[in-house]
Design a protein around this ligand. Structure first.
Ligand code: NDP
Ligand code: VSD
Length: 352
């Protein structure tokens, strides 16, 4: 008997004896693959006709997102401090909206708890008091600086501008959503620097990490009410915010970031909405952020089980290697920083 047909006979015997087990395993595997590819799950992300509340919606990521939401037929409320810029953006958004869409700008400093609460309540006025369906917390602050060069006030402003700027609004929104029984969504915006960090970000990363802690706890808690929590962890966004922070950015910080390719606010907003459509909890906008996500995520829901297992394997080598190079970059920066501190009289020579 030729070899092939011997193998075939053996396989046939095994298959016939265990067909139920083999068939159901194959069916399960196929189902799992289809599920992972999103073919069996219907997306519940649908901005059309929804009231979307976008903090930091007057520039960068927030503005690009607000534009996309208006184009999809959503009612959009945009929050930021600068009134002039806000009015300008409101007019721009109205110009691309249909007459039936409500577009409004509210000026507020969201690092203040009362102001965060009042602003959310004000936004509901044209919606018969109903809380916005989707809350996007894009407002943020970044002014990279070495800790030694920061005043206590600046240090605190960093945390306020990254954590409280979103946390107060989340608190107010969750209370309204639960009491009004609105099955809404809250989307936090952290950063690659909310997974890992390096020199220059002592006033930024703590707040961005804290947002992840808040989102992790809240995601779990909101399962009670069918309210969906998401967190976006983008890499560099080439907008006005990034340009402004680069003016102050320490040379070492800039050098480490050379490995990152910034994307436009529009591309970044598109990546966020793609993640929301897929129902991902932690949304990233490139593979480097995925590597960081898988090394730091505390077992929260994964995005694509098979791909995630593979990326975790790769990043188990990749991320520690990157960290060694980043540390080497910092060490190389020692001399210049120490000379600068000497020149600026930072060192207290009297203390020997
Ligand atoms: N740019 C980047 O490379 C990256 C940014 N991120 C994060 O993504 C988000 C968007 O970034 P980006 O597009 O650069 O944003 P920008 O810095 O360009 O814009 C920030 C927006 O938030 C508003 N804002 C800031 N502080 C407050 C406040 N206290 N109260 C109310 N509104 C406020 C600003 O308006 P106004 O000043 O008028 O208040 C502006 O509309 C931020 O959370 C940022 O930390 C994450 C990764 C990379
Ligand atoms: C195998 C692993 C390779 C890893 C390569 C990593 C490259 C460094 C990426 C640094 C990106 C920082 C982006 C966030 C910026 C940000 O949040 C601030 N600009 C905020 O304003």
């Amino acid at each position: 008997m030729p070899r092939m047909s011997l193998a075939y006979t053996i396989f046939k015997d095994i298959y016939q004896a265990h067909s139920i087990v083999i068939n159901s395993t194959l069916a399960l595997l196929l189902g799992l693959i289809l599920f992972e590819m999103g073919w069996l799950t219907k997306s519940d992300y649908q901005p059309k006709g929804k009231h979307c509340y976008v903090t930091g919606g007057t520039q960068g990521l927030g503005k690009a997102l607000a534009e996309s939401l208006v184009r999809q037929g959503a009612h959009v409320t945009v929050i930021a401090r600068d009134v002039e810029k806000g009015k300008r953006v409101e007019a721009e958004l109205k110009s691309i909206a249909q007459p039936n869409q409500i577009i409004q700008f509210i000026s507020a400093d969201l690092t203040d708890p009362q102001s965060s609460l009042d602003t959310l309540n004000r936004a509901t006025e044209r919606f018969e008091g109903k809380v916005p369906d989707y809350i996007y917390l894009c407002a943020g602050f970044s002014k990279p600086k070495y800790m030694v060069d920061s005043s206590m006030k600046e240090f605190q402003a960093g945390f306020d501008g990254t954590y409280w700027v979103s946390a107060y609004t989340a608190h107010a929104a969750v209370k309204l959503m639960v009491t009004q029984r609105v099955l809404g969504k809250i989307v936090f915006v952290s950063s690659f620097l909310g997974y890992t960090s390096f020199a220059g970000y002592t006033n930024y990363s703590p707040g961005k990490y804290a947002l992840r802690g808040l989102a992790d706890a809240l995601r779990s808690e909101m399962l009670l009410h069918d309210i969906k929590i998401h967190i976006f962890m983008p890499c560099g966004i080439a907008g006005p915010g990034y340009e402004a922070e680069n003016e102050f950015k320490p040379a070492v910080t800039l050098k480490i970031e050379e490995d990152d390719t910034q994307i436009s606010p529009e591309q970044c907003a598109a990546a966020l909405e793609t993640g929301l459509r897929k129902g991902y909890y932690q949304i990233t906008d490139n593979i480097v952020c995925d590597f960081a996500r898988l090394r730091s995520n505390g077992g929260v829901p994964t995005n694509n089980f098979f791909a995630d297992c593979f990326y975790l394997f790769i990043s188990s080598f990749g991320l520690p290697i990157w960290r060694m190079t980043a540390d080497a970059t910092v060490r190389k920066g020692r001399k210049a920083v120490q000379e600068d501190y000497e020149a600026r009289g930072v060192y207290d020579h009297s203390s020997k």
